[in-house]
Design a protein around this ligand. Structure first.
Ligand code: ATP
Length: 453
């Protein structure tokens, strides 16, 4: 099952979420998988249930059912994988590789449901490619044919292609849509030749209405595949079927590509996707977080966006690491948490504790929101956390009393009173001393903290 899943998600995702899963056996017809906490349980239900059931189906299960159970703490020894970052996904990776042709009536089978226009953030780096893809989606076979999208790894070429597929599938349920990576196309051709089934192979690809071919640069040097693709291209083009191609470079830079293919690739529109700039990266992260139903503060998203600058797949993986780290350690999102979560994957970043980090941690510890702790409530359940937050801010940051006062909407003498009071009580009250110690270590992410075992 894991091998199946691994082929369909990014390596970072696989390592962060799937690798630590425990098989708890079959109960009442359902395969039970042990996960680390209720957050992970929810995450799995939302993001991986379907994929895992597909995996079981691929192994022959008739009516696959997967459920998730939270493991007792002792079985949950593994915190986070500390492996180095995986290499960018191979061209064979992704949901597409090896996907069988769509069954009749299901013209989206080879498309990733996440890759839609709605989920695609448009920025200056990709707006031309986006506009061209949209134009093609609206008038397939007539706007630009072929549409050739090129750009570096992980910048959204596949996403855009699939978005066109979804758009067309929605409006024309009968249209046949085929998405294939060049590697799969090549392998299928090799198999067809070996099994003497080249006619079926040709019929299949020449009868589609929309052909999406990823990583076309891998045609380089493969004469027989080029030959076959040339005829497929002609057949589709002549019958006004839409073709979209992606590549990591423009046609003119694909070495050992036959001239006749190169010129055909240049018949339509060639458009590129560049690396996203900072604001687009933040917007992509924000959308990802919202889709996962997770509320992540802007400053944390910005830190992640600063850390990963080129590959969006890696950017998403980085965010997932931060989410996992925060959840598994039971610490609220902060820039420090993000920096720590990413430190063994990317270049470590020095992050100073800010007032807001202390406030968030103290609020989370007492089950309150930061606004309530900072607010005007006078109940003891709120006043004590507020005083502790002020005490810890004084202790862990360089802010002056007036600055802390301003942060809490109070004057500096109130803050001083709070700090003195907590300081006095800590000496007498062991429980308070322990709470403050735990909070201090959690804020500084010290490994010996109760939270960070
Ligand atoms: N503009 C965007 N808005 C939202 N998500 C994006 C955007 N661009 C890329 N992504 C996401 O980034 C990830 C990588 O994108 P995709 O697989 O389309 O890249 P690619 O350019 O085809 O990469 P490769 O060259 O490796 O095939 C996907 O999860 C995709 O949804």
């Amino acid at each position: 099952m894991l091998a199946y899943v691994r082929k369909n998600i990014s390596e970072v995702e696989y390592k962060t979420w799937l690798e630590p899963v425990k098989n708890l056996g079959v109960q009442e017809g359902s395969l039970v998988l042990g996960v680390r906490n209720s957050f992970a349980q929810e995450w799995f239900r939302k993001h991986y249930q379907e994929l895992l059931e597909d995996a079981l189906r691929s192994l022959g299960a008739q009516n696959p059912q997967v459920s998730f159970q939270v493991l007792p703490a002792s079985q949950d020894a593994l915190l986070l994988p500390s492996d180095p970052p995986p290499a960018p996904a191979s061209p064979a990776g992704g949901r597409s590789a090896g996907t069988p042709p769509p069954a009749a009536g299901d013209n989206r089978k080879s498309l990733n449901p996440k890759y839609t226009f709605e989920n695609f953030v448009v920025g200056p780096n990709n707006n031309l490619a986006h506009a061209a893809a949209l134009a093609v989606a609206e008038s397939p076979g007539r706007a630009y044919n072929p549409l050739f999208i090129y750009g570096d790894v992980g910048l959204g070429k596949t996403h855009l292609m699939h978005a066109v597929g979804h758009y067309i599938a929605e409006r024309f349920p009968d249209k046949r849509i085929e998405y294939v990576s060049t590697e799969t196309f090549t392998n299928e051709l090799i198999n067809a030749i070996r099994e003497d089934k080249t006619t079926q192979f040709r019929n299949r690809y020449r009868s589609v209405d929309l052909l999406l071919v990823d990583d076309i640069q891998f045609l380089a040097g493969k004469e027989r595949t080029q030959e076959e693709f040339f005829h497929t291209f002609n057949a589709l083009y002549e019958s006004h079927k839409q073709i979209i191609l992606s590549s990591d470079r423009p046609p003119k830079d694909i070495q050992t590509l036959e001239g006749r293919l190169r010129s055909r690739f240049e018949w339509g529109l060639i458009t590129d996707i560049q690396s996203p700039e900072f604001e687009t990266r933040v917007a992509i992260l924000k959308m990802n977080a919202e889709q996962g139903g997770i509320n992540i503060p802007q400053d944390v998203l910005e830190l992640v966006a600063r850390q990963v600058t080129s590959n969006i797949r890696e950017l998403e993986g980085a965010l997932m690491r931060v989410v996992a780290f925060s959840s598994l350690n039971n610490v609220p999102f902060s820039r420090m948490v993000a920096a720590k979560a990413l430190s063994n994957v990317f270049a470590p970043q020095e992050v100073k504790v800010e007032m807001i980090d202390v406030l968030r941690q103290v609020a989370a510890h007492y089950g309150l929101t930061p606004d309530v702790v900072r607010g005007s409530g006078r109940a003891r359940e709120v006043v004590l956390p507020r005083q502790i937050a002020q005490y810890l801010i004084r202790d862990l940051t360089d802010h002056s009393l007036p600055e802390i006062g301003q942060f809490f909407g109070r004057d500096h003498s109130t803050v001083m009173h709070a700090i003195n009071k907590v300081g006095d009580q800590i000496v007498k009250d062991a429980e308070l001393r322990e709470a403050v110690g735990t909070l201090r270590r959690a804020i500084q992410l010290e490994p010996d903290s109760d939270h960070l075992t």
